[in-house]
Design a protein. Structure first.
Ligand code: CA
Length: 242
């Protein structure tokens, strides 16, 4: 049997912390709650932790400082919680290495689902015991023809789609905001809207589905942007895509 995953909740709103603990216990996680930002790194350094839910605004030491300190020594998955959705773009720009971002107010159910998704990606282990999530065949990218091939199949992308894919693919799991993607792709500082990125990504995902129908390669991260993380499609998403 798999050991229970231990989640460190760093949150100064007591009621919110209690609700999160309830939901996490119901989902078979064990938890520890800290409300004081100054206590987090010490606790983390002396206890085993599988994932940290980290609020941004905290007394004494804020979530940013905590994330920076922890990242110096550890790759433990961190889900950052912020009260302002506009804040996420700035946080992404700081490259703190958080694994996901959640905006308040949130539904505890959603938080549990996001924790499971991050754990699945990080430990390559399916918490819900569904289908395996790894990519069996390597992807081959050809920067001259803008083609991607796998399993003997090949798709041809436009120049922009290929660049978008390459940026995401080269740093698996890292979330790129739309602004960051635009900066990487349009070096002539053209004015490109977020919607342009979304529309290219949409077309790209459709083409990728033709290459690997069972696997979701690119994920949109709500309020944040996109990331490359191969995962087996659930029956539900496979249905939506077809
Ligand atoms: Ca707070």
């Amino acid at each position: 049997m798999k050991a229970e995953k231990h989640i460190l909740i760093v949150e100064d709103e007591e009621k919110l912390a209690y609700v999160l603990e309830d939901y996490l216990h119901a989902a078979n996680f064990t938890t520890h709650w800290l409300a004081d930002g100054a206590k987090v790194t010490d606790w983390f350094n002396t206890h085993p932790v599988d994932l940290i839910l980290l609020d941004l605004m905290l007394p004494n030491v804020d979530g940013l400082e905590i994330a920076k300190t922890i990242r110096k020594t550890s790759k433990v998955p961190i889900i950052m919680i912020t009260a302002r959705i506009e804040e996420i773009d700035r946080l992404l720009g700081l490259e703190l290495g958080a694994d996901d971002y959640i905006c308040k107010p949130f539904s505890p159910r959603e938080v549990v689902a996001r924790i499971k998704a991050v754990l699945r990606r990080t430990y390559n282990e399916d918490v819900d015991a569904q289908t395996p999530t790894t990519l069996s065949a390597p992807l081959l990218l050809d920067g001259h023809s803008f083609c991607i091939s796998a399993n003997g199949r090949q798709i041809m992308l436009t120049h922009v789609e290929f660049q978008l894919f390459q940026v995401l693919y080269q740093q698996p799991n890292r979330i790129f905001s739309r602004v960051q993607l635009i900066d990487k792709i349009y070096q002539d500082h053209r004015i490109v809207s977020d919607r342009t990125v979304d529309s290219h990504i949409k077309k790209l995902r459709k083409k990728l589905a033709g290459l690997l129908p069972e696997i979701e390669l690119i994920h949109s991260v709500y309020g944040a942007g996109y990331r490359y993380a191969p995962q087996a499609k659930s029956a539900e998403t496979a249905l939506q895509d077809s």
